[in-house]
Design a binder for this molecule. Sequence first.
Ligand SMILES: NC(=O)CC[C@H](N)C(=O)O
Length: 202
Amino acid sequence: MVIGVLALQGDVREHLRALDEVGASAVPVRRPEELEAVDGLVVPGGESTTMSNLAKVFGLLEPVRARIRSGLPVYGSCAGMIMLAGTVLDGRADQESFGGIDMVVRRNAFGRQVDSFETDLDFQGGSVHAVFIRAPWVEKVGPDVEVLARVTGGAADGRVVAVRQGNLLATSFHPELTGDLRVHDLFVRMVSDAKTKEEAKR
Ligand SMILES: NC(=O)CC[C@H](N)C(=O)O
């Protein structure tokens, strides 16, 4: 089982390291041929407008969309969450996402005064330490989207910051930066379950 990290822009190395730490074999993905070879994909944090541009330049926009449609497990953190959103608010006019998750996401939602902050969140019955950096939040989810975490307390109380829809997972925060690897662990299990199901079909 091999998990790719989309390596156009953003904190690619941190995700490669986090995946390695949870025992998954991880490789950078920059070209369509490399995308073909992976069983799961991580879309890192960074800058979604730049990532969107580079995805077009590197010819990856349509190939990633096609693999998402055919069930590829994908995890997006922060800018990666924006890339997985069906609808992006406060984006640049020419910004495109891969889509896949039926949600409305607002870029830089927490506001300029609180560009970045850290907090603990309930995540799947445990607590996860979350770092937010010019992060989006989820404003609306469709019926098939499961909410995995919300902010508690402060001005953003109740805001949705982690979601899952089928094989797609997204967080507003950056678990790759904290060493708290619960989210990567969950994603690796999603990839391995998807691969087992895929093999059973053959
Ligand atoms: N840390 C991040 O990934 C920030 C996301 C960035 N604000 C964007 O719009 O893409």
